[in-house]
Design a protein around this ligand. Structure first.
Ligand SMILES: Cc1cc2nc3c(=O)[nH]c(=O)nc-3n(C[C@H](O)[C@H](O)[C@H](O)COP(=O)(O)OP(=O)(O)OC[C@H]3O[C@@H](n4cnc5c(N)ncnc54)[C@H](O)[C@@H]3O)c2cc1C
Length: 497
């Protein structure tokens, strides 16, 4: 008999596991609080302009192909990907710049301008990174977290130790390049994890490596189209997505998750429940205190959470012929003390920032001759108490004044519509605990066996999927977590009465 699975939340993790479970023949219903699917990537519309709200960088396209294939579908029938190459322009504090590209020759030519031995250093690093990928990706990122005792297996130990996992990301890149520009250029993906390179583990050097090998891609129609494509596939396979349906709590009987209670009071039963809502938020709001195990208020109060992001979504009556992804790495990214390393205070002087200029690649988001811009600035999460109603307008004006650093001149004269997200928006409108958009920080003590697991240890038939659980934040890792979550659900439901 088909088993019924309820998924709480239609974020990337919830959509991905729903599709996989439908592919395995289960009956799936998603309950989503917002009025559209996608979670942080649900996007927003202002007049004729369409904006991505969260993710803009798509890595490892094969993971999406695999996801659709798990349900017997072809990703290309739902969504097209465009490769961006060069994929990111980085502008440094000293006025120099680097265009990251998968074209090795072009990349080396640029590096040789920085220092003649850097092209060779790149080759050495790529060899080391390939070894790290072989030793690390499949066993540690693609699989459920191992137990603490079984974390490092003896037969893998030599390979694992050879890439010095104890190094920080900064130490790893400095050992390879001894040039701060390259160190920060390659460690900027640590920001996806809400981490400073001097505080994050060297294993995250896998991200720039995977980008360099597999490229950086853009889904046509934006990430909101990715959300819609997943939602469409789910519905075509008979899955149901209930929007504007906040779940009030999980129902529990004899140590087992048995269903949900909606805001309307209605109760629904299921053979298994998967929660995709942000772990810290959902644990403290959906699970009765007696069933939270160690995940008490004190647990969360003692954990480290990522930064939040200040976002400007701008509709413009002109286009800028500038790269799709640009990052301004200010002098302040090199500071190694608070508040710079942990984003514990607003930087009102020289913050790093990122701008996505999608219209030249994808005209679907604005009327002809117009364009959209997406500006992201790392900011403190709400636990650091910035009073956003007092700061939002002045910070917006300040950031607009900084945009010429990335070539956006006279921008203010061309804004026809705009929206802004602060840490408070992420917390209140997207149900993200503390507005910490990259979830629990990826410190050594909050990764692997220390990160919340996918299969609940407190309650049977309860599973978690998303950026807060193993292996971590970001679409690539969430797709891996949804694969493992689907395996656990199926294993547990097989043969269940
Ligand atoms: C500004 C920004 C930029 C980013 N850039 C990138 C990038 O370029 N590349 C990348 O890979 N990642 C990026 N990320 C990270 C990525 O967006 C997140 O890791 C991802 O969205 C998290 O997905 P999730 O499935 O864990 O949860 P979410 O996206 O948070 O989705 C959870 C869903 O659950 C719903 N929900 C919560 N509680 C309830 C309830 N009680 N009842 C019903 N529904 C509920 C929420 O409304 C939400 O829709 C970015 C994130 C942000 C915010």
């Amino acid at each position: 008999m088909r088993k019924k699975v309820i998924v709480v939340g239609a974020g990337p993790g919830g959509l991905a596991i729903a599709l996989r479970l439908l592919g395995q023949g289960h009956q799936v219903e998603i309950f989503e609080a917002a009025d559209r699917a996608g979670g942080r990537m649900r996007g927003l519309v202002q007049g004729h302009y369409h904006f991505d709200t969260g993710p803009t960088i798509l890595q490892m396209p094969q993971l999406y192909d695999d996801l659709f294939a798990s349900a017997g579908l072809q990703r290309q029938d739902y969504l097209q990907f465009t490769r961006l190459d060069p994929y990111t322009r980085l502008k440094f504090w000293d006025g120099t710049q680097l265009d990251l590209t998968t074209d090795r020759k072009q990349l080396k030519q640029q590096l040789a301008q920085f220092r003649p031995d850097l092209p060779q250093a790149l080759d050495r690093w790529l060899t080391e990174a390939e070894r790290m990928n072989q030793a690390g990706y499949e066993p540690y990122l693609s699989q459920p977290a191992r137990s603490l005792l079984g974390y490092a297996r003896l037969d893998e130990l030599a390979a694992v130790l050879s890439f010095r996992p104890w190094e920080t990301l900064y130490q790893h890149f400095w050992r390879n390049f001894q040039d701060d520009r390259l160190v920060y250029a390659l460690s900027y993906p640590a920001k996806y994890l809400g981490m400073h390179p001097t505080r994050s583990a060297s294993v995250f050097s896998l991200i720039p490596y995977l980008e360099m090998v597999h490229g950086v891609w853009h889904p046509q129609g934006g990430f909101r189209a990715l959300a819609q494509a997943l939602a469409q596939a789910i519905q075509e396979l008979g899955g149901k997505i209930h929007l504007r349906c906040p779940v009030q709590e999980l129902t529990i009987q004899q140590g087992r998750a048995t269903g949900i209670r909606l805001g309307s009071g209605e109760r629904l039963c299921a053979d298994a429940v998967v929660v995709n809502g942000d772990f810290a938020q959902a644990m403290q709001s959906l699970i009765p205190p007696a069933h939270r195990g160690k995940y008490t208020r004190a647990y969360f109060a003692n954990r480290q959470f990522s930064c939040s992001t200040f976002m400007l979504y701008l509709g413009l009556d002109r286009c800028y012929d500038l790269p799709h992804h640009q990052i301004y790495l200010s002098e302040h990214v090199r500071r190694r003390h608070r508040p710079y390393v942990d984003d514990s205070a607003l930087d009102p002087i020289d913050p790093p920032f990122y701008v996505c200029n999608p219209t030249p690649t994808d005209g679907s988001n604005a009327p002809p001759g117009h364009s959209t811009l997406y500006v992201l600035v790392p900011i403190p999460h709400t636990g650091y108490g910035v009073n956003w109603p007092d700061h939002q307008q002045s910070y917006r004006d300040f950031i607009l004044d900084r945009l010429p650093e990335l070539g956006f001149l006279n921008l203010a004269d061309h804004i026809t519509t705009e929206a802004c997200h602060t840490a408070q928006t992420w917390q209140e409108d997207y149900s993200v605990y503390l507005g910490a958009v990259f979830n629990l920080s990826h410190t050594w003590l909050q990764m692997g066996p220390f990160r919340p697991p996918i299969r609940s240890r407190q309650l049977d038939r309860l599973y978690w999927v998303g950026g807060a659980v193993h292996p971590g934040s970001g679409l690539m890792t969430i797709l891996e977590s949804s694969k493992n979550a689907a395996k656990f659900v199926s294993q547990d439901l097989r043969g269940a009465a």
